[in-house]
Write a protein that binds this ligand. Sequence first.
Ligand code: CA2
Length: 195
Amino acid sequence: MFLTLRVFLTLFGVSYAVGAAAQPDGVRNAGPARRTDRLGVMTEAPTATEAGRGTILVLNGPNLNLLGTREPEKYGTSTLADVEQLAMAAAEANGFTVDCVQSNHEGDLLDAIHGARGTCVGIVINAGAYTHTSVALRDALAAVQIPAVEVHITNVHQREEFRHHSYLSPVCSAVIVGAGVQGYKLAIDYLATAV
Ligand code: CA2
């Protein structure tokens, strides 16, 4: 019974988490490799990590692709790739895999949130400037009903007044600001206690 159930889950898990061709542009799956046969069925027993607690969507919004290349005094020297690596390590340490998405386009971010329905157990979102403008992102997060953590690298409350308001905070389980890129790790560690 257990074996049958595991194979069933694996079939579906592979189809969404590993199939690179099925991923939209900008989506990178980062997690432990799975040993599967040509039909995608796991051929060896999974380790504790591979058995997995599911996938966390790590979503970065506009201009965050520039991390580490400009304004280091504000945003630090870590690149987006470093952040995604950090998130992957934090996820893996907690038995999750991550899907990392960055986009400068609001619609792509909406699609990624919608796509998390049924495939992701948690969301870490730094929506960049859309945080302060987007009712659409708030509605999407509310609609999918997946625990989400809002992250900002900088302490937005020490910055301009227009950054003090977030449309997303009321629909997120937690908000982490001003912890630098470590905020992504803190968000994943929190989700590990909450999902
Ligand atoms: O502090 C954060 O993480 C922000 O979400 C960053 C956004 C800003 O609009 C939010 O108010 C707070 C801006 C992201 C811009 O990222 C850059 C990174 C390096 C160089 C230039 C921009």
